[in-house]
Design a protein around this ligand. Structure first.
Ligand SMILES: [Zn+2]
Length: 266
C-alpha cells in the first residue's frame, strides 16, 4: 500500500480522537500533507462504521485541488474536504489538519464561556494555547465550500486552533501527534472551563441563515453508518449478538482488518 505507514498514522489519529470522545459516531476527519500538492485524508467507504474503527484503507490520497466528490474506488471524501485542502494550501507550515466535533469545546462556546488560561500546571500546553488566543469562527455551517473554508481561515489567523461555533474545531500541527494532542488539550481546557463555571449560561439558537445553509447529508450517513458504528462498538466491547453481523453490515461481517482478534475472543 502506497504511504502505508502514513495512512496507518492518520487512521490511528482518528481512533485516538474517537476513543477520547472527540469524534463521536462518523463525523470528523484528519489529513496529512504528502508532497506539494497532495494529502492523505480520512474518507468514507461503503461500510463506514465511525472514526473509532478507521483503518489505513479508509485513508486515501487526494489532490489539494480536488476532486471533491466520490473517488474512483467507491470511497467518498468528507463533505468538509475544503477545511483540509484550503488549510494545507494557505498554511504552508501545517502538515496535519484535524477536524473534530469535541462536545465540551462546543458547549463552552455556546454558553459564551471564553477559553481563557484558567489553569496552570494541570495542563500547561492547553494553558498556553488559551494564553495566545483561541479564535472562534462564528458560523455554525457545514464548511463544504472553499469560500466557507476561507472565511474560517480568516477567523483562525495564524493560530493552530480555531473553535467553530455550534460545530467543532479545526487544528493544525507539524506532526500527527502534535495536531491530535493539541485537539485533546483544547477539549480538556473547555471541559475544565465548563466545570469551573457556575450554571447560568444561555445558549442561543443558530441564526436562520446558518440553518438554511445546512444540507441534509442523507440517511446513509445520518442513520445507517451511525447504526453500523454503534454495532461495531458493541462488538468491540464484547456485547455483540451472534448473527448480527450477517444481517447488518458492519465490521464483524466485512472482515475488515483489526477485527479478527475480537471475533476470536468471543
Ligand atoms: Zn464538521
Amino acid at each position: 500500500m502506497e504511504f502505508g505507514e502514513e495512512r496507518r498514522l492518520v487512521a490511528l489519529a482518528c481512533r485516538v480522537l474517537a476513543h477520547a470522545g472527540l469524534a463521536e459516531d462518523v463525523l470528523g476527519h484528519v489529513s496529512l500533507r504528502i508532497g506539494a500538492d497532495r494529502m492523505l485524508v480520512r474518507c468514507r467507504g461503503p461500510q463506514e462504521s465511525g472514526l473509532l474503527f478507521t483503518t489505513p484503507e479508509d485513508v486515501r490520497p487526494v489532490p489539494l485541488d480536488g476532486p471533491y466528490d466520490r473517488l474512483p474506488d467507491g470511497y467518498a471524501v468528507p463533505a468538509e474536504l475544503p477545511i483540509h485542502t484550503e488549510t494545507l494550501r494557505r498554511r504552508p507550515e501545517a502538515t496535519v489538519v484535524v477536524h473534530a466535533h469535541p462536545p465540551a469545546l462546543v458547549a463552552a462556546d455556546l454558553a459564551r464561556l471564553p477559553l481563557r488560561p484558567i489553569f496552570g500546571a494541570y495542563n500547561i500546553p492547553a494553558m498556553r494555547l488559551a494564553l495566545e488566543g483561541i479564535p472562534v469562527y462564528e458560523r455554525g455551517v457545514l464548511i463544504r465550500t472553499t469560500d466557507l473554508a476561507g472565511d474560517m481561515l480568516a477567523a483562525m489567523g495564524d493560530r493552530p486552533v480555531c473553535a467553530l461555533r455550534g460545530h467543532g474545531v479545526t487544528v493544525t500541527g507539524a506532526t500527527v501527534a502534535q495536531a491530535v494532542v493539541r485537539t485533546l488539550n483544547v477539549e480538556a481546557l473547555a471541559r475544565m472551563t465548563l466545570q469551573a463555571s457556575r450554571p447560568g449560561g444561555a445558549p442561543r439558537s443558530l441564526p436562520d441563515e446558518d440553518v438554511a445553509e445546512l444540507p441534509d447529508l442523507g440517511a446513509e450517513l445520518n442513520e445507517e453508518s451511525i447504526w453500523r458504528y454503534r454495532l461495531a462498538r458493541l462488538e468491540a466491547s464484547g456485547l455483540g449478538l451472534p448473527g448480527s453481523g450477517a444481517s447488518t453490515p458492519g465490521p464483524s461481517g466485512t472482515g475488515r482488518s483489526g477485527y479478527g482478534r475480537l471475533e476470536e475472543t468471543r
